[in-house]
Design a protein around this ligand. Structure first.
Ligand code: C5P
Length: 224
């Protein structure tokens, strides 16, 4: 590959958590710093791609060279992703909240004699699955992430089948791994054909560079 192996390609990346409002001052969210997703967007831009980064709330600077669309909720993230298509490659690194409060109150919930309020939840759209399963306009290469605390490989394999993506980047986010919020990551790359690559523990920037190299390689979806 040349110095700008992704020149002429549009790479779409999701990053960060989503915030799902409970009321005007409270929200539900996943833990996510956005570091890995932002690093992927930066690496893809450095490789010459046109990059759209759809990001939930994070405390990170915008990656150089990427067009950044900021969103709060999973539904906003889905809409921004759909608006950014078509893309040649889509990488879903965001930690999307699986559920949102069924009805976000327009007034702050008050503490009262009735005790804590019940919190009814409804399922959020699965952004990765909905893009990977599109019949028209599916990006040719769709990459998902699997953050697991146990049985990383087994869960990642099941996830590929369930979501319909081409590649899964799986990592162990158990407390002992130090991945959450940290600067380093240990990942497995699992292909749709069942292939598995184990990468050493690397800086998230280096994970991003290697992943982008893989995305630029011809037919990088399935076979290593
Ligand atoms: O099912 P799970 O959340 O473990 O799947 C993780 C993968 O799916 C990640 O790539 C994540 O960005 C994506 N995802 C999504 N929309 C959701 C949930 C997960 O895009 N609602």
């Amino acid at each position: 590959a040349g110095p700008r192996p992704l020149a002429g390609r549009h790479v779409l990346v999701t990053s960060g958590p989503t915030h799902e409002p409970v009321d005007p001052v409270r929200y539900l969210a996943n833990r996510s710093s956005g570091k890995q997703g932002h690093a992927i967007a930066a690496a893809a831009a450095a490789a010459g791609a046109r990059v759209t980064l759809v990001s939930g709330p994070v405390a990170l600077p915008d990656p150089p060279g990427a067009v950044v669309v900021r969103v709060e909720t999973a539904r906003e993230m889905l809409a921004a992703v759909e608006a950014a298509l078509p893309a040649d490659v889509a990488v879903f690194a965001a930690a999307v909240a699986d559920w949102r409060p069924a009805a976000a109150g327009s007034q702050k919930l008050k503490k009262g004699a009735e005790g804590p309020p019940g919190l009814a939840l409804v399922e959020n759209p699965d952004i990765l699955a909905s893009v990977a399963r599109r019949s028209a306009g599916r990006p040719p290469l769709v990459v998902g992430f699997a953050a697991e605390t146990t049985d990383v490989l087994a869960h990642a394999r099941a996830k590929i089948a369930r979501k319909g993506c081409d590649l899964i980047v799986a990592n162990d986010v158990s407390a002992a791994s130090g991945v959450m919020g940290g600067d380093r990551n240990t990942v497995l790359l699992i292909g749709r054909d069942g292939s598995v690559e184990t990468w050493p523990t690397l800086d998230k920037d280096e994970v991003a560079r290697r992943l982008v190299e893989r995305l630029a390689a011809p037919a990088s979806g399935a076979a290593p």
